[in-house]
Ligand binder design. Structure first.
Ligand code: IPD
Length: 274
């Protein structure tokens, strides 16, 4: 299996670079902007093009592989199904709102699960040339250099990543605002890059200490989860239990201690599962 995984990794890395080139080219061009679940849940032709590129080129080489792609899932309206088959989980442009506004914090997020276990995780922001990679058991890297989480355990000194998200459901928005109010006075600072995957990578890089979000989907977190854990961090459920990539709830931290401190403070919200 290890040799096969090496081959999958080589192929996906090539495709990530090719797709990254398309995103970089298109960010400053005129875009066709469409909406999905609500008026601020956006998709562009670049999101669709990039997802198709991965699906077509990976399928041509490995026809038995399965895909869970953000845009394909929303176009077909299919419920996400994660089986034991090698499955590529793709967010072609994470941070589409940033991409639409030409803010250079968007990325490709792609992961490979085999037997429901994350084996490969890649997050690539082509605008800022930030490539985060991880293979299970082999560490995490930023542009080829090994990375480690900060190891911070003191909440008062923590820099916390969060997002307001793309849902305008009043109950969910209240919980997000409530958690912002709870955390702000207790930590060093709160930050939001506008991309769940990049927020997670900031924890992996040791540039932030905590990341939490509710309402995300498996394609937003699948790669980031492996990258954070391979960098020595933890990914848990928002209430502190085991991380479930389909639950639409994530809390990452530079230490288990910090994750549990944050989980105890947060108001909980349980969106419909993927
Ligand atoms: C979104 C971004 C955003 C997060 C949303 C995601 P998309 O992904 O990661 O930061 O707050 O929850 O859906 O739609 O840009 O791929």
């Amino acid at each position: 299996m290890s040799e096969l995984l090496d081959q999958y990794y080589e192929l996906v890395l090539e495709l990530v670079k090719e797709a990254g080139g398309l995103i970089k080219e298109n960010i400053s061009r005129q875009k066709t902007i469409m909406t999905k679940s609500c008026e601020v849940d956006l998709v562009t032709e670049t999101d669709q093009l990039v997802e198709k590129l991965f699906m077509t080129k990976i399928s041509a080489r490995y026809p038995e592989h399965k895909f869970i792609g953000e845009e394909n899932t929303s176009e077909t309206n299919h419920k996400v199904e994660l089986t034991d088959a090698p499955t590529w989980i793709i967010d072609p442009v994470d941070g589409t709102m940033n991409f639409v506004h030409t803010m250079p914090h968007s990325c490709i997020s792609i992961a490979l699960y085999v037997g429901k276990i994350p084996e490969i995780g890649i997050v690539y922001n082509p605008m800022l040339e930030q490539l985060f990679t991880a293979r299970r058991g082999r560490g995490a890297f930023h542009n080829g250099a090994p990375i480690r989480v900060s190891g911070e355990t003191d909440l008062k000194k923590a820099l916390v990543m969060m997002e307001l998200g793309t849902s305008r459901d009043p109950e969910k928005m209240n919980v997000v605002m409530e958690n912002l109010k709870i955390l702000t006075p207790q930590v060093h600072g709160m930050r939001a890059l506008g991309s769940c995957a990049l927020n997670m990578c900031m924890v992996a890089l040791g540039a932030a200490d905590v990341m939490q979000e509710v309402g995300i989907h498996i394609w937003d977190v699948a790669a980031g989860d492996l990258i954070v854990r391979e960098a020595g961090g933890v990914c848990v459920d928002l209430a502190g239990g085991d991380f479930d990539p389909l639950s639409r709830r994530v809390l990452c931290a530079s230490s288990a201690e910090l994750a549990q401190q944050v989980a105890k403070l947060l108001v909980q919200y349980y969106p419909e599962r993927d």
